[in-house]
Write a protein that binds this ligand. Structure first.
Ligand SMILES: C[S@@+](CC[C@H](N)C(=O)[O-])C[C@H]1O[C@@H](n2cnc3c(N)ncnc32)[C@H](O)[C@@H]1O
Length: 245
């Protein structure tokens, strides 16, 4: 059960019953913004949440059961508005995709488009990814993990809110199958350096590009919304690709 009301969303009209799910924690990697939703995004919850939505409070899943068949499982944290994840579900129909995002308008947009396009290989949590990893994703069940352009929290005093930390990477490793891929990308050089440091220090991982190296963008990763925003601001892009030993 929900441990406390999600006060950050209290401003929304009461008849909208879909709420971001999270447990109490002292440091969070996100702020839930009230963010206005378009009518299409709102209606998407009534039309498609039943098809794509998974709940943190239902606990551990069996991916083969959830998708109605076994296939390699890809998990993405923080898909934002979801366009690049949707593109991937269509480009790699031999895989099943689980997306996790706390931002309701982004979830609405993704399930709306996925519903209209009758996408079959996608499920979505509107929840804190750390809680989902801990409570819902079985150990050694993922074939690929992806984290694209996570919030940079670039002020020094906010750096601790960055999601990529040693404990987070350890938790992720426990969810990956041996040989699975861990893929991250960022447009903040200082965050790229932190990712590299944390990933290199994790014994369960091996850098596919060679020790201490960044990777070129793999073909399977489309450009994302935040990547394009970074490009307009003159930022570079750093991809990191590791294999679970
Ligand atoms: C900067 S955006 C990038 C979005 C997208 N990947 C892109 O490249 O366009 C980061 C996203 O991560 C989400 N996020 C941050 N921490 C999260 C968490 N713990 N669980 C789920 N989503 C999270 C935020 O809500 C935000 O939408």
């Amino acid at each position: 059960m929900q441990e406390e009301p999600n006060n950050e969303q209290a401003g929304e009209e009461e008849e909208f019953p879909y709420r971001t799910e999270f447990k109490k924690k002292s440091i969070r990697s996100y702020v839930i913004r009230g963010g206005r939703m378009t009518e299409g995004q709102r209606n998407a919850f009534d039309n498609y949440w039943g098809t794509f939505g998974l709940s943190l409070y239902d606990g551990a899943i069996n991916p083969a059961e959830v998708f109605g068949g076994a296939a390699p499982v890809v998990l993405e944290i923080g898909f934002g508005m979801g366009d690049s994840l949707l593109e991937m579900t269509k480009a790699e129909q031999d895989k099943n995709f689980i997306g996790i995002e706390v931002h309701p308008p982004g979830v609405g947009r993704l399930i709306n488009n996925a519903g209209k396009e009758e996408v079959k290989n996608l499920r979505v949590y509107m929840a804190d990814a750390i809680d989902v990893l801990n409570d819902c994703i079985p150990d050694a069940s993922l074939d690929r993990f992806q984290l694209y352009f996570p919030d940079p929290w670039h002020k020094k005093k906010h750096n601790k809110r960055r999601i990529v930390q040693p404990e987070f990477v350890k938790l992720l490793c426990s969810k990956l199958k041996p040989g699975a891929l861990m893929h991250m990308a960022t447009d903040w050089e200082n965050y790229a350096e932190q990712m590299l440091e944390v990933l290199e220090a994790e014994d369960m991982l091996e850098n596919t590009a060679g020790k201490g190296q960044y990777s070129p963008r793999p073909e399977f990763r489309p450009q994302t919304k935040f990547e394009r925003r970074g490009e307009r601001l003159g930022h570079g892009v750093w991809d990191l690709l590791y294999k679970r030993k």
